[in-house]
Design a protein around this ligand. Structure first.
Ligand code: UTP
Length: 236
C-alpha cells in the first residue's frame, strides 16, 4: 500500500519492546498472532513497527562490557539484536513488508511509500528503538505512537515486584519527560519504559504516546486504531 505523510489516513508507529517479543513463554504463538494483527491493521493504516532487543541484547551488551568494548560498540551490538527481531517479525508478516529491515529513519519512511507495515530495529548508537520509533513518528507526522511494553502502562514506581506501584492513566509531556530524565542515563542496554530522545522528540512535535501491555493483543489493536484502551496516555 502506498502511504506518505500526506495520506488522508495519518500513519501510526508502534514500538514493541524486546522483552515483549521474547519472554520464553508461548513466543511462537504470540509472534504469529502479533504478525497477523500488524499485517491486517497495516492494510488499512500506514504502519511502522520497531522491535527492541530485550534480554538477548542486554546479554550481549553485558558480555561486551566485560570484554572492554566501548559504549559505542555495545550500542552496535544492541542494534544488531534489534534487527534480528525485526527480521523475525517481518518474515512472519510476509509480503509486502520488506524482509530486510530498513537501516535508518529515512529508509523506513521511504519503504512506507510502497509497503505497510514496515518493520525495523535500531538505526545508530546513542538511543533505543523507542527513540527510532519517535523519530519515525515525527517524520511521518504520525497520529500517535504506541509503546507495547511488558507492563500495563506508566506507573509511579516499577510495578514489577512493587505491589504499591500505582498506574498513572494520563500524563502531560513535562511530567513524563521528568520521569524519563530521572530514570535514564543514556548507557547502552539500560531499561526504562521509554528513552530520552524519544520523549523529547514526541513532546516537541506534540505527538501523543500510548503505553500498553504488548501481550494483550486486542488492547494493542485498540490503541493502534485510536480507540479506547487499557493503559496510559501521554498527551500534549
Ligand atoms: P532496545 O531498543 O531493545 O532497548 O535496544 P530497550 O528499549 O532498553 O529494551 P527492550 O527491548 O524494550 O527491553 C537495545 C540496546 O541497543 C542499543 C542501545 O544500547 C539499547 O540499549 N541501540 C538500539 C542503539 O544504540 N541504537 C538504536 O537505534 C537501537
Amino acid at each position: 500500500m502506498a502511504a506518505s505523510s500526506r495520506s488522508p489516513l495519518r500513519p501510526v508507529v508502534v514500538s514493541i519492546g524486546g522483552s515483549v517479543l521474547l519472554t520464553g513463554d508461548g513466543d511462537p504463538d504470540y509472534l504469529s498472532e502479533l504478525a497477523e494483527l500488524l499485517g491486517r491493521v497495516g492494510h488499512t493504516v500506514p504502519l511502522v513497527v520497531t522491535t527492541g532487543g530485550g534480554r538477548t541484547a542486554r546479554e550481549y551488551i553485558h558480555l561486551g562490557r566485560a570484554l572492554g568494548l566501548t559504549e559505542f560498540e555495545l550500542d552496535e551490538l544492541g542494534i544488531d539484536v534489534t534487527r534480528l527481531h525485526a527480521r523475525l517479525l517481518a518474515g512472519r508478516i510476509g509480503s509486502p513488508t520488506p524482509s530486510h529491515p530498513p537501516a535508518s529513519v529515512r529508509e523506513a519512511v521511504e519503504a512506507l511509500r510502497h509497503a505497510s507495515p514496515v518493520v525495523l530495529g535500531g538505526t545508530e548508537p546513542g538511543h533505543t528503538t523507542d527513540g527510532v520509533a519517535a523519530l519515525v513518528a515525527v517524520r511521518l507526522r504520525a497520529a500517535r505512537l504506541v509503546n507495547a511494553t511488558n507492563v500495563k502502562g506508566v506507573y509511579d514506581a516499577d510495578p514489577r515486584g512493587n505491589r504499591a506501584a500505582r498506574r498513572i492513566d494520563r500524563l502531560s509531556w513535562p511530567e513524563f519527560r521528568r520521569m524519563v530524565q530521572a530514570a535514564t542515563t543514556g548507557e547502552a542496554g539500560q531499561t526504562f519504559l521509554f528513552d530520552r530522545l524519544g520523549a523529547d522528540a514526541l513532546a516537541r512535535a506534540g505527538i501523543p504516546l500510548s503505553v500498553v501491555d504488548g501481550r494483550d493483543l486486542p488492547n494493542l489493536e485498540s490503541a493502534i486504531l485510536g480507540r479506547s484502551f487499557d493503559g496510559s496516555r501521554i498527551e500534549p
